[in-house]
Design a protein around this ligand. Structure first.
Ligand code: PXP
Length: 252
């Protein structure tokens, strides 16, 4: 069964709406752990629109499960990651005008710059994951520049308006998982996953980790974070691929 990484960014988004001190994403992370999260994910954006430096520092001190930092390859953010040394850094594209991370990293085009960041952070003992679209060239380029893992963008699946389109996106993800494993990469998934749409992706063999944020935070407003995470975790268990084998790639 794939692990559940809970992205707590949008707890901080609510805090920043009033530039105050509540709700605290650190409390949310603790509640997510109590609800069964296997990991906590946060994105330290260049504009600090939600998670800030204080949050990143406290998450590092308090989170007991895997801590995954999403980040762009901007110099100052890379410096912070190298100093913090979270368990994993997921490299994402970042544009200031976007509402959330849109689409994947172009590892093919930016191989040299991305490769230098991967090398530097790997030397700090951090696991490196590339957030990419399920495209063969991007997967192979991610392996070539030294990533340990890829996180496949599940946005196309999440946004599919018809059953035919949805099936096509699932086939693309299935193929990408195989290519990732053949390239020695661990395969993660994330973006746009919700309580309503997670089942079909959770049933694909080969996903080691899902990172889910907005839908869990949205539900937590009504149920509390602990219960919201418990419910998502239950869906991953319920829809896990049959066979019970480990999803870990042979290379890990
Ligand atoms: N994975 C990555 C790399 C992301 O950038 C995001 C959005 O911050 C997520 C997963 C979570 O997406 P969502 O909030 O749509 O669940």
């Amino acid at each position: 069964m794939a692990l559940l990484g809970v992205n707590i960014d949008h707890v901080a988004t609510v805090r920043q709406a009033r530039d105050t001190d509540e709700p605290d994403p650190i409390w949310a992370a603790a509640q997510a752990e109590l609800g069964g999260a296997d990991g906590i994910t946060f994105h330290l954006r260049e504009d600090r629109r939600h998670i800030n430096d204080r949050d990143a520092r406290l998450l590092l001190e308090t989170v007991a499960v895997k801590l995954n930092m999403e980040m762009a390859i901007a110099d100052d953010i890379v410096d912070i990651a190298a100093e913090l040394r979270p368990d994993q850094c997921t490299i994402v594209p970042e544009r200031r005008e976007e509402l959330t991370t849109e689409g994947g990293l172009d590892v093919v085009q930016h191989a040299k710059r991305i490769g230098a960041v991967v090398t530097r952070l790997r030397e700090r003992g951090i696991t490196l994951s590339a957030f990419i679209e399920p495209v063969t060239e991007q997967i192979k380029a991610s392996a070539d520049v030294g990533f340990h893992a890829i996180e496949l963008w599940t946005g196309a699946y999440a946004h599919a308006k018809t059953a035919a389109k949805r099936d096509q996106t699932l086939a693309d993800l299935r193929r990408a998982i195989d290519t990732g494993n053949e390239s020695g990469l661990e395969v993660h998934g994330g973006h746009g996953l919700t309580y309503r749409n997670v089942a079909l992706v959770a049933a694909l063999p080969g996903f080691v980790e899902f990172n889910i944020g907005h839908s869990i935070v949205a539900r937590s407003v009504f149920t509390g974070m602990l219960e919201a995470v418990r419910e998502m975790k239950q869906l991953l268990v319920q829809h896990a691929p049959q066979g019970g084998g480990s999803n870990r790639s042979p290379a890990q």
